[in-house]
Each structure stands twice: as C-alpha cells, then as structure tokens.
Design a protein around this ligand. Structure first.
Ligand code: KIV
Length: 275
C-alpha cells in the first residue's frame, strides 16, 4: 500500500518535551528525529509524527553548498531556526550551535540564548567530557542540551575525514566515558553518529538520557536522518542513509515510511549499520 495518500494523519497533537522523550526511553518506545531547515518541511514533520526536529548545521552542506559545516554562522542558524519554528509548534525543536560558537561556557551561554530566542527548545553541541562544565552551566540556567559524540563533523579536520569512530577498544571506552560525563553534567539527549552498533548499545544502556543514532545501529532510543537523504537528494549518500522516496508515492509518504520503519524497528537494518 503506498504511504503518501491513504494513511491516516498520525500527526502530533501534544507538544513534545524533554520529559516525553525520557518517558519514551523508559517505556522502550522509539522516537524519530529529522534534520530539516524550512517551514513547509517542519509542518510536514509534525503531520508525520516526527517527535524531534533538528535544525542541523548540516545545512551548510545540504542547503548552502559548502563542503563541511565549518563555515556555518550563528546568523544562518537563527534564520533557519525561525523558519522551522514558524512551521511546527508540536515537535521538540533543537538547533545546532555552529563551529567555534561554544569554545568557552560563557560563549556557549551567549549563543545558546540566541538560538533559544529564535525558537529552539534545545541546543546541540559536539564534543566530549571537556563540554561537561558547559552542559552543566546551560542546563542549570534552563537551556536543555543535546550532546553529540562519535563522528563530530565540526572536527572533521582533526578526525582526518568523515569516518566511523569508536572501532578500537580504547576509542570506544573514551566515547563511553564522554557520554557518561555529559549525562552526569545534565545533558538531555545524546546524538551518536557513525559508531559501531554494539558501542551505541552499551552507551544507550549506561546513560539516563535518550540516545539518537545516525549510523549507530538499531539499539539507540531514537534515529535521526537528514531530510535530503530521506528524499534521495544527496549525490553520494552515506552508507547509513536511506532514500525512502523510492518506496513511497510522494514526499509526505517518504517521511511517513521513515517514521514507521524506525518505530517498528525495520530501520536501520544491517545494510545501514556499522559493525
Ligand atoms: O547537523 C546535523 O544535521 C546533525 C545530524 C546529522 C545529527 O548533526
């Protein structure tokens, strides 16, 4: 049966909060995140039941044509957070802090404030235990934080490319320790990008905050994909992504298929997972 036209609207009716997401983790209910950048896609995400919408700094690559996320500015992030917020008042709206805008806790507080005032309900920052004081500072002042470990694209030059992280025992233990430090500091969510599935499972079981995987296998509490990948717009798609439009009749159908495949544990399968 095609997904686009005949399925009932499974749209969100109540606003999603940090508490809803923790409850879903506790009850073993998978939730769905999409990285997207504009009002119509944000409205569609609400109608398709996407619990978390991320305005990722991936917009530097997916929308603006840069070859990394490093050139993205606060002004660009704010412009897109405002647009997404206008399109969706039910999903939890999360905005990235771009490269070098949270190098110190004070800088993080100033820039996180701007993202929150643009309409986000949570900010996302990339990095390990060194960010624990920043997470604690933001969290204590009422700004929820999503941490991001594994492949952290803002550090692409340090990592030597867009590569799977945590394959060695030493690296895996470091990522696990980072996750625990950020959890204890008060982070509300954790994105795990491009890590082996088994490591993502260990982390998910050892932290209180829900985990969101991208290229991290099926054991995380949630999944995230970039809208361009869901719709087959990426010229060289990464191994972990999937074009859901080929199995759907239209764009809303592709998003619904992604949502139902995540919730039913169909996506990600082995083909889209790193061992
Ligand atoms: O910027 C982004 O879209 C992201 C996701 C891929 C997790 O960080």
């Amino acid at each position: 049966m095609p997904y686009g036209t005949v399925q009932a609207d499974t749209g969100l009716t109540n606003p999603i909060t940090t508490l809803s997401l923790r409850k879903m983790k506790a009850e073993g209910i998978k939730f769905v995140t999409v990285a997207l950048y504009d009002a119509p896609m944000a409205a569609m995400a609400r109608k398709c039941g996407v619990e978390v919408v991320l305005i990722g700094d991936s917009l530097g690559m997916t929308v603006l044509g840069y070859d990394s996320t490093i050139p993205v500015t606060m002004e660009q992030m704010i412009y897109h957070v405002e647009a997404v917020k206008r399109g969706n008042n039910k999903s939890l709206i999360m905005g990235d802090l771009p490269f070098m805008t949270y190098a110190t806790p004070e800088q993080a507080m100033e820039n996180a404030t701007r993202i929150m005032q643009a309409g986000a309900q949570m900010v996302k920052i990339e990095g390990g235990a060194w960010l624990a004081p920043t997470v604690q500072m933001l969290s204590e002042r009422g700004i929820p934080v999503c941490a991001h470990l594994g492949l952290t694209p803002q550090s692409v030059n340090k990592l030597g490319g867009f590569r799977v992280q945590g394959r060695s025992e030493e690296q895996a233990n470091q990522i696990l320790a980072d996750a625990q430090a950020l959890d204890e500091a008060g982070a509300d969510l954790l994105v795990l990008e491009c890590v082996p599935s088994e490591l993502a499972r260990r982390i998910t079981e050892s932290v209180s905050m829900p985990t969101i995987g991208i290229g991290a296998g099926q054991h995380t509490d949630a999944q995230v994909l970039v809208i361009n990948d869901i719709l087959g717009l990426t010229e060289q798609p990464p191994k972990f992504s999937k074009n859901f439009l080929v199995e759907a009749e239209d764009i809303p159908g592709a998003m619904r298929k992604y949502v139902s495949d995540v919730k039913n544990g169909v996506f990600p399968d082995q083909e889209h997972t790193f061992g």
